[in-house]
Design a binder for this molecule. Structure first.
Ligand SMILES: Cc1ncc(COP(=O)(O)O)c(C=O)c1O
Length: 420
């Protein structure tokens, strides 16, 4: 059913506002000029970079392509190593494979679930070129320690901030500390345009290389938003466009129209999830067997999702029983943690690129370690225990109802335990 006037679906009254329709209309009305138009990608890039206080924003079609461009632009080559955490969306490691480089998995911290700087340092070899820390579930990784390690070993740090908008650590925002940072606008994220991504950086040369890698390697592109090859030059038969290989990772004007509207409401959209995260935090207070992701002093969590470690023995039930009871009481669907990336068959069997990736060639000989069990013991212990509760509610009353159901479920098992 459509609401009168705005034409927006009333089930999502705040997620995408009528302003997005105005921006979309601008794009459609213009009719997609090849080198001119309403400049939505430029407006989006400028607005996003400005809110984060960063010099450059480079839009992409998603938040995986972003990281691939960042790796390529940092000079990461096939056969180099890139350190990533194992508990994250597979995209964090897949972009490394897209560059022909080798993902090396560092373990995570027991309490924050984020990549452990100590484990990162232990995994550095002469082949290491970059680190991709993930700000998991909306909580920033320990960026100060990671930047110190990176400086010591001359490594590039690309923040995977796909799940982390406007979180901070000691006043510094997620995405503003590494050499570059990647954000995703995929459907589940704080801000969305269905699919989309953006890189931010303060380094103009790096920004230029990232943009060039993201659009066919066009030699006239720079880090600045809105640059196109002048039409006269482009139209000349002697014109040179490409002096190196790049991909086509452009964001469309339609995606950018919605991404711009979302960016203009970034604070509002993130605050909603922060409020809901705080409500969940209150609900699990005092429960010894449902322990939330730890937010260290000085950190502000942005709660892409609210995640707890579930301890089966003191709870007196297994993970699946708890989830079923939560559903019985009317709870929403919730996810367990992703399988650790290196435990996915694609890594276990190294069936990269459908088996065409030359893992047995001289380039990789002796470099691929076995992705064996025991590689990251903390992550392996935690992964089966995690529960990810949804914070993506437009209606705070519905969120409060879900939080109440979680409390009811906890009480149910607490009482059962007391009777025993
Ligand atoms: C941590 C993390 N990194 C990267 C991505 C990839 O983003 P996209 O789906 O926009 O490619 C996601 C989620 O989609 C994610 O959660």
């Amino acid at each position: 059913m459509q609401s009168k006037g705005s034409g927006m679906d009333p089930r999502h009254p705040h997620r995408v506002s009528p302003k997005a329709l105005e921006y979309l209309k601008e794009v459609v009305d213009y009719g997609f000029g090849n080198s001119s138009g309403p400049g939505m990608t430029t407006r989006f890039e400028k607005a996003f970079a400005c809110r984060l206080g960063m010099g450059f924003g480079i839009s992409h079609c998603n938040g995986t392509a972003t990281m691939h461009s960042c790796l390529a632009a940092a000079g990461v080559k096939p056969g180099d190593e890139v350190i990533v955490p194992p508990l994250t969306a597979a995209a964090t490691a897949i972009c490394v494979l897209h560059q022909g480089a080798i993902p090396v998995f560092a373990d995570i911290d027991e309490l924050t679930f984020n990549i452990s700087p100590q484990s990162v340092e232990e995994h550095i070899t002469p082949l290491t070129k970059a680190i991709i820390p993930v700000h998991l579930y909306g909580l920033m990784a320990d960026m100060d320690s990671l930047m110190e390690i990176a400086k010591k070993h001359n490594l590039t740090v690309i923040e995977d901030s796909a799940e982390c908008f406007l979180a901070s650590c000691n006043g510094k925002l997620a995405g503003t500390i590494g050499h570059a940072a990647s954000f995703s606008f995929q459907a589940s994220k704080h801000l969305t345009c269905g699919d989309g991504g953006i890189v931010v950086t303060n380094d103009e040369n790096y920004a230029t290389m990232i943009r060039r890698f993201s659009v066919f390697g066009y030699h006239t592109l720079t880090g600045r938003s809105g640059g196109v090859m002048p039409k006269r030059e482009r139209g000349d038969p002697t014109s040179i466009r490409h002096d190196f290989l790049g991909w086509n990772y452009r964001m469309s004007e339609l995606q950018a129209a919605v991404a711009l509207e979302q960016t203009e409401r970034m604070d509002e959209l993130v605050d909603q999830r922060k409020k809901i995260g705080a409500m969940f935090l209150e609900a699990v207070k005092g429960c010894s067997w449902l322990v939330p992701q730890y937010t260290p002093p000085g950190y502000d969590h942005s709660y892409w999702t609210f995640v707890c470690r579930f301890e089966s023995e003191p709870a007196g039930c297994i993970w699946q029983e708890f989830r079923q009871k939560f559903y019985d009481f009317g709870g929403d669907f919730f996810y367990g943690a992703w399988r650790l990336i290196y435990n996915e068959p694609v890594f276990q069997e190294r069936s990269f690129l459908g088996g065409f990736f030359p893992v047995d060639s001289d380039l990789y000989k002796g470099k691929y370690k076995d992705y064996r069990p025991g590689l990251c013991p903390v992550a392996e212990k935690l992964q089966p225990k995690l529960m990810q509760f949804k914070t993506n509610y437009v209606d705070l009353n519905e969120a409060a109802r879900q939080v109440g159901i979680l409390r009811e479920t906890i009480n149910y098992f607490e009482e059962k335990r007391e009777v025993k």
